[in-house]
Design a protein around this ligand. Structure first.
Ligand code: SF4
Length: 222
């Protein structure tokens, strides 16, 4: 199955995408959602062939044994591709730890992968009832709520990440989201503010940031 894996790109070395590890990032092609702030729109089309053969990725990783700690699968949405599970096994067999960046849209696929993962970065795009407005997809929030439940029950180290600007939802809703995540047991939350073109970057007031951060064992602002 991995031969059919459509790889849209590789970052050969990163110190920031897999906490505490020197890692490579493998970007898988395709995503069914349409977030307006998507950083990787070229990776959204699912019918685009991969630009790097999976066998070339494996050959590259074989050369990096002992030099890299881990490999992160990102996207697009990596859990879209059925070949991901076999790819994770192959990478583990080379001796690497494996991380996953996911938007959590396929909760059962994530649940099946979790025993093979060392870390997960899960996007939490909005309060669950406001998801459709961010992703353009009906009932998308319920999928992510299920994925978060699987992740928290698994005990796999994680970071939940939220991208926010005022055009997405209000500060009060951001505060409610933080409360929901903390109540569910999220330990590490990362908030990333982004800019809408033509407007200055909006940042929650200092006091709000402080109250958001106090809810989590680890809080980062990007
Ligand atoms: S889920 Fe991620 S890859 Fe897909 S459209 Fe949204 S931001 Fe882009």
């Amino acid at each position: 199955m991995t031969g059919a894996l459509r790889v849209g790109g590789v970052t050969r070395l990163t110190t920031i995408d897999f906490p505490g590890r020197l890692a490579a990032v493998v970007f898988l092609q395709g995503c069914p959602w349409r977030c307006g702030y998507c950083q990787n729109p070229a990776l959204i089309p699912a019918d685009v062939p991969g630009s790097i053969p999976w066998d070339d990725v494996i050959a590259f990783l074989q050369c990096r044994r002992g030099l890299l700690d881990g490999v992160v699968f990102s996207g697009g949405e990596p859990t879209l591709q059925a070949g991901l599970a076999d790819a994770v096994v192959q990478v583990r067999e080379l001796g690497f730890e494996v991380g996953l960046h996911t938007a959590g849209m396929y909760p059962e696929r994530l649940a099946a992968l979790l025993p093979s993962l060392d870390w997960v970065g899960l996007d939490i795009k909005a309060p669950f009832d406001l998801y459709d407005g961010v992703t353009g997809v009906p009932a998308s929030g319920a999928k992510v709520r299920d994925s978060l439940g699987h992740l928290l029950r698994s005990g796999v180290p994680h970071e939940c990440r939220t991208t926010w600007h005022l055009g997405l939802f209000q500060i009060e809703q951001l505060q409610a989201l933080a409360a929901t995540l903390a109540d569910l047991g999220v330990a590490h939350w990362s908030l990333q503010t982004c800019r809408v073109s033509g407007t200055p970057q909006a940042m929650p007031p200092e006091a709000v940031l402080k109250s958001l951060g106090e809810r989590f064992e680890q809080f980062s602002l990007r």
